[in-house]
Design a protein around this ligand. Sequence first.
Ligand code: SN0
Length: 315
Amino acid sequence: MKQFTSIYDVSNLEQLVREARALKANPVQYEWLGKGKTLVLLFLNPSFRTRLSTQKAAQNLGMNCIVLDMAQGWQLEFEDGAVMNTDKAEHIKEAAAVLSQYADIIGIRTFPSLIDKEKDYADFVLHQLVKYATVPIISLESAIRHPLQSLADVMTIEEYKTVKRPKVVLSWAPHVRALPQAVPNSFLEFMQAAPVDFVITHPEGYELAPEFVKHTPVEYNQQKAFEGADFIYAKNWSSYTQYGSILRQDEAWMITNEKMAWTNHAKLMHCLPVRRNVVVADEVLDSPNAIVVEQANNRTFAAQAVLKQILERVM
Ligand code: SN0
């Protein structure tokens, strides 16, 4: 693997998932592979699971991992040709070139503005780093995608499924803040490539970008969508069409036991962090059908499979 910024960097998803599951069974079997190699993780936005699981993944492969929380440092300029007379002290041209001296692989997290749709959907910040770095880049969630999360999600579905081709439902749920579309966008891309029957359900006005939805069926009636489901993936996102807006916050779309009863004893997934009793009710998160913690655990092995394939290809 040359880099990991989306599903388009994965040549064989089934094999990558198999690799992640094998690493989970024996996490340190390749601890020689990353010896003397350095991973630098650049966080332009907050992180809990991604930081810890990716660092753990690197450690399992014998790699060094340096985490740079950019909230502590100065701001980077990403715009080519910028006159740097504002608060941004360092251009991505130098930053990426210098980072490439220290790092064998660079990871970056960058959230969308949720204001400038065109720039967000061009994944501008991620692509400026890819353009100016000379080492492989992995996305730790970009403006429009979160592929490490989605890889862990596919792995989790493979682990928990009880039928060959389970029904997976991505359900929009309410939230108090305007959140990115990155997690649902990536989930769409990975579900479209996975052996599942996949349906999206959300209120009108929350349609995701057509280039991500493609031919995936959208069911506006949440109950109809949930019928026969084996997995419910709850996630809020802000509006794509009325870019970055919150159109409704009401409880009607929260995931409750009553709604889980419409399904085929479905497992409940969420990328976390989850706002209890806003997105998903306590009764569901505290039930044995919630697999969100194991899903988070799988982030380590998803990241490890990606790092392993990059190390094997590039080093
Ligand atoms: C992020 C998102 O993309 O939805 C990260 C998910 C992995 N979620 C949040 O920022 C939630 C923050 C909140 O206030 O609940």
